[in-house]
Write a protein that binds this ligand. Structure first.
Ligand code: F6R
Length: 262
């Protein structure tokens, strides 16, 4: 795992956006796995800027999002369909047929989950999966105790995740308690993984992910078994890591290359 610790969250966000832009510059038709949540909003804004500056094209990729709330239609303002249009797809002008999210309002959610897996496979699999991390170590909405081999399915959200998501909903509005999410096995099939974590609230999860035992108690820890993972974080999110000296020796201030092997 490559661990890049940036002095600031702005630096970490920019570095994550640049990694996506580098891939799209090399392969505009790459298949991206995308995430939502507060961490990703500035990443998508930075990526839109990079496309506007001509660093890469932003209208040829195919994308598959990690998850959608069960019960929310694609036009619900708090749905992840809506989030993706608002924060990325509309600004890039990416054709809707190239973007995919699971349908949280499908009448048969098990069939929808299978259909989603089949679509990812038909697209040739995911080249780069972008991930955030929950304070409890979840990736996608694979909460602690999720099978480390799971595929796309409905998961019940933990109380702490529901509370964390409440900030995106209006006061008094019901916050969904179920999500249709790619499984951990689905995420692990991606050829490359980029996990971004910013802020002190993620410090414990980041330490569990990178240095803890591989365990369903911290679902992100399975990423230790993936051959191509980059963790980009800021100093606040890195605060509980034990081997920071080493990571900063290899990649000072989150720099990609120092002339030493990673
Ligand atoms: C959402 C997703 C989640 C979030 C995580 C962190 O698509 O994949 O795993 O990445 O809940 O959310 P924020 O960034 O809001 O802290």
């Amino acid at each position: 795992m490559k661990i890049l610790i940036h002095p600031t969250s702005e630096g970490a966000v920019k570095a994550a956006a640049l990694q996506i832009a580098d891939l799209l510059a090399a392969r505009p038709e790459a298949v991206l796995g995308l995430a939502t949540g507060g961490t990703m909003e500035p990443v998508y804004a930075a990526l839109i800027d990079l496309v506007a500056e001509g660093q890469c094209r932003g209208d040829r990729f195919t994308s598959f999002n990690l998850d959608e709330y069960v019960g929310l239609s694609a036009d619900h303002p708090q749905s992840y369909h809506h989030y993706m249009r608002r924060h990325l797809f509309d600004a890039l002008g990416v054709p809707a047929a190239q973007t995919h999210l699971p349908a949280g309002d499908a009448p048969d959610l098990a069939a929808e989950a299978q259909r989603y897996e089949a679509r990812i496979a038909a697209a040739g699999g995911i080249d780069l999966q972008l991930l955030g991390i929950g304070a409890n170590g979840h990736i996608g909405f694979n909460e602690p105790s999720s099978s480390l081999a799971s595929r796309t399915r409905v998961k019940t959200l933990t109380r702490s995740t529901v509370e964390a998501n409440r900030r995106f909903f209006a006061e008094g509005e019901a916050v969904p308690v179920h999500a249709l999410t790619m499984g951990i096995g689905t995420v692990m099939d991606a050829r490359h993984i980029l996990l971004l974590a910013t802020g002190a609230g993620k410090a414990r999860a980041v330490a569990g992910m990178a240095e803890g035992p591989v365990s369903a108690a911290c679902p992100a820890s399975i990423l230790q078994m993936h051959p191509s993972v980059v963790l980009v974080c800021d100093r606040a999110a890195a605060a509980d890591l034990r081997m920071t000296d080493y990571y900063e020796t290899v990649h000072p201030d989150g720099a990609e290359r120092t002339g030493e092997p990673a």
